[in-house]
Design a protein around this ligand. Structure first.
Ligand SMILES: [Zn+2]
Length: 205
């Protein structure tokens, strides 16, 4: 009994090690966010991000700082350009209330396939606080990326994860979710209500 229990723990540990991020940070909000998150209207958000050629300790430090900033702002995703760093790096955590769920770190993500079906879902963004609007996107994606150790990985995503990855990857190209909003009236109303300016939106639709 003890042996089998010990063995199953070992197997669990091995499984966890394989699937999870090795970046361990607390999900508790920090008093003073380490990185300032830029808001709609800031030109930093419109710059494209460059590929990361070497995943080293400086990248891992940036990942930790981004995670702290994301958790402090109660967000589920953050892309490096939002904190003024134009590198192809994003962090996601769809389970921010649960300390045991590891975050997802995507470096140099590339979508290799979009599913045919589209989905409408309400999005928000740490760079446009308070604004929530419907956006249409493909519901399923396949992607390649590197993890926080620089290892090449593949992932299939659907649902909220797919949505979140596509939203964050837009940031790497200087695109914001409000650029994709189809309903002009809702867009104008939401932006005005939350103190943002329509002239900062670059319509893609
Ligand atoms: Zn965003």
């Amino acid at each position: 009994m003890r042996f089998s229990l010990a063995r199953s723990f070992a197997q669990l540990a091995k499984k966890a090690e394989k699937g999870s991020s090795s970046i361990a940070v607390t999900k508790e909000p920090t008093k003073k966010p380490l990185l300032e998150i830029h808001q709609l209207g800031n030109a930093e958000l419109r710059e494209s991000a460059k590929r990361i050629s070497k995943v080293d300790d400086s990248v891992r430090t940036l990942i930790k700082n981004m995670l702290h900033s994301m958790y402090s702002a109660k967000g589920i995703g953050l892309a490096a350009p939002q904190v003024g760093i134009h590198k192809q790096l994003l962090v996601i955590d769809l389970d921010i209330e649960n300390a045991a769920t590891p975050p997802i770190v995507l470096i140099n993500p590339e979508i290799t396939e979009f599913g045919a079906s589209l989905e409408t879902y309400e999005e928000g963004c740490l760079s446009i606080p308070g604004v929530y609007l419907n956006v249409i996107r493909p519901s399923i994606i396949k992607l390649n990326y590197r993890d926080e150790m620089g290892r090449p990985k593949k992932m299939n995503a659907d649902g909220l994860l797919s949505r979140c990855i596509q939203h964050e990857m837009d940031h790497l190209n200087g695109v914001l979710f409000v650029d994709r909003v189809m309903n002009e009236d809702d867009l104008n109303k939401e932006l005005t209500e939350h103190g943002f300016n329509k002239k900062d939106v670059i319509a893609l639709t």
